[in-house]
Write a protein that binds this ligand. Structure first.
Ligand SMILES: *Cc1c(COP(=O)(O)O)cnc(C)c1O
Length: 369
């Protein structure tokens, strides 16, 4: 892998392809695949990932918000884009940029219909989201008649898919709950399809759903975290390859004596003489305060160097006592040999959070291993 000169998030598109093929192989060849690229493709590089997924033949892309979809259209992405969480203020943009909204409530459905009418749309593709237990976004089962009434004889929009989302697809203790969600979704979609008189695609599985409930793949699946190399399960993780490696270099080495302190608020006090390294990344790069004071480590020449003291805005200090290292040497925050899941676990959080936290200040570098 290439050498870095500053804090860099290296993105391995070969690993992305591997993960896509692994997940693809878990479902039927006829099942469509939606790649979730919201939140800068889980903190990586939304355009580069979307381009690669388009090239690999993903059927759909999904973003959370309309502006993310517009960035993809600006970059020339042609694949259909589902906007998971549109707001009325985004409806004009959604239609202007050929983005496909998830319609999840009475207000959103009727207001989108009004905008589609005002913009003289015919058969504009929309997706209807149902709540089957997550209680986050979506129509309830009791709204089927309302939805059907709104959609019948409406020429402006056409339902491309019906979907729902599992609350605990990674947690097998919650299997009865997940199976109940799947059954509820089946029931809802059957009823609605009958009323509509045509059959939109159905989808409900995220990455862990693909792994744990392949029988509920319907006509499409939606994967995010798995594409980026994490599967919410050690067994699955071992089959996937993290695409993102966050690396930095040692800016300065200090030798401190016993009873000296390091960093703001003097949060670390040395018990013995220590060798410390200052690294050029901090809060503003996505390393939250919760990683400080020994909760997380970086890897330097294959050895764990714990973060000492408080995380600063632009820097962290790590303990490199006993590690043969010098200024300019590389430090790995997470990557292929140091899972983001492990780094996150130290601060009691999850891979999704640390990955999406890496800020736009950090240089992105595309590599193909
Ligand atoms: C983010 C998201 C996904 C992707 O979930 P992963 O666990 O990352 O695979 C799928 N569906 C919806 C509705 C989402 O919001």
């Amino acid at each position: 892998m290439s050498k870095i000169g500053e804090t860099t998030l290296q993105l391995d598109l070969t690993a992305l392809e591997h993960n896509f093929r692994y997940l693809r192989a878990k479902i039927a060849p006829t099942t469509k695949f939606l790649a979730v690229v919201k939140a800068f493709a889980y903190g990586s590089d939304m355009v580069a990932i979307a381009q690669k997924m388009e090239q690999l033949g993903a059927d759909y892309l999904a973003v959370a918000y309309a502006k993310e979809g517009s960035l993809l259209r600006d970059a020339g992405i042609k694949t259909p884009i589902l906007v998971l969480h549109p707001l009325p203020a985004n409806f004009d943009e959604i239609i202007d940029r050929c983005l496909e909204p998830s319609l999840y409530s009475k207000k959103i459905l009727t207001e989108f219909l009004d905008v589609a009418k005002a913009k003289n749309q015919k058969g504009y593709p929309v997706h209807i989201k149902f709540n089957t237990g997550l209680n986050r976004l979506g129509f309830n089962e009791t709204d089927i008649d309302f939805v059907a009434e709104q959609l019948t004889d409406k020429k402006e929009i056409k339902v491309t898919s019906l979907f729902s989302h599992l609350a605990a697809s990674e947690d097998m203790d919650e299997k009865p709950f997940s199976l109940n969600q799947i059954n509820t979704f089946k029931k809802i979609s059957q009823k609605l399809i009958q009323k509509l008189g045509y059959a939109p695609m159905r989808h409900m599985l995220n990455t862990s759903g693909i792994i744990n409930y392949p029988e509920a793949q319907f006509e499409m699946v939606r994967s995010g975290i798995g594409l980026y190399g994490y599967g919410n399960d050690a067994g699955v993780d071992s089959q996937l390859k993290p695409i993102a490696s966050l690396k930095t270099i040692i800016s300065q080495i200090h030798h401190i004596e016993a009873h000296e302190t390091v960093g703001y608020n003097r949060a670390f006090t040395s018990e013995s003489s220590r060798k410390t390294a200052t690294l050029p990344l901090g809060h503003a790069d996505g390393i939250g305060r919760q990683y400080g004071n020994g909760k997380a480590s970086v890897l330097i020449h294959g050895k764990q160097a714990p973060i000492i003291g408080n995380v600063c805005m632009d820097m962290i200090m790590v303990d490199v006592t006993g590690i043969d290292c010098k200024e300019g040497d590389e430090a790995i925050v997470f990557g292929q040999n140091k899972s983001a899941e492990d780094f996150a676990a130290g601060a009691k959080t999850i891979s999704y959070e640390i990955l999406t936290a890496i800020s736009q200040r950090v240089k992105r570098e595309i590599i193909a291993s």
